[in-house]
Write a protein that binds this ligand. Sequence first.
Ligand code: F6P
Length: 325
Amino acid sequence: MKRIAVFTSGGDAPGMNACIRAVVRGAVYHGLEVFGIRRGYNGMINGDIFQMTSHSVSNIVQRGGTILKSARSKEFMTPEGRQKAYGQLQKFGIEGLVAIGGNGTFTGATLFFDEFGIPTVGAPGTIDNDLYGTDYTIGFDTAVNTALEAIDKIRDTADSHDRIFLIEVMGRDSGYIAIQSGIAGGAELVMVPEVLTPISEVVNILQQGFTRSKSSSILVVAEGEEEGSAKEVAEKISKMMVGQDLDMRVTTLGHIQRGGIPTAYDRILASRLGLGALEGLMNGEKNVMAGVINNELVYTPFRDTIRLPKPINEDLLRMVKILSV
Ligand code: F6P
């Protein structure tokens, strides 16, 4: 393999730039020609492709977002879109791809390989940490720390005003950001999509808190939670606790969790996974995602990262309840 390309796709995540840097510098080190594709699969379809050098990735290891920009491409999900993308790769002589993204990205890469035989190795780039085949994804640690900083600040107001705060964090269908930021932030309860927490249980926990003269509470709610958004959960609580003098507020953290300077952990993980993906591709790996499990670099087939759920550690949820008494 002489010529490869790298792109970022799906939601941006802090550390993606460190990963791009590792792919580009690794390729240069190994004597490959390396191209960047802008705006994910959309750029592949439109031929927004340019040659990169070691210099192209100077001074980016510390930057959030992605210098290659990102997109969720609808067109690539059509056979016509993929045909166009293949034509562009042919034009540039690109023989293999490193895709930094999540499940949508890897689904596209699998279809692409089945139709045109272009091999892709993935690096898991998403704040959600929802990918089977790696303990952590690039951007997750930074997102947790961003959420935590917000929770710490909100706690000041919760405490000063004797309030209940419901804080909604991102994660799509995954509760990883919620559980980790909730534990670190000393939350009274964490609600995640993986485990149903009935509103009656939430009410119980709040009542127990009042009995113990707890004057404020922090509830962290994952955005994919079964009972609904944090706002809907708050409405359901109010209905069940009608007649009680509740001072309750809802804060949705939103996209602040996607941006910012990546933590040292994310930069190191991203560098390792970027180089791991590149070297995997050079060694003949295809349709796999580079991941780190128990501190070992591993490759997991895309079909497993897409299909298999990444279970949440329920013991951590139990811990939240024990530690918040
Ligand atoms: O996958 C990352 C993520 O931030 C999810 O946590 C969230 O559900 C989604 O992307 C939001 O997507 P968008 O930025 O397209 O609104």
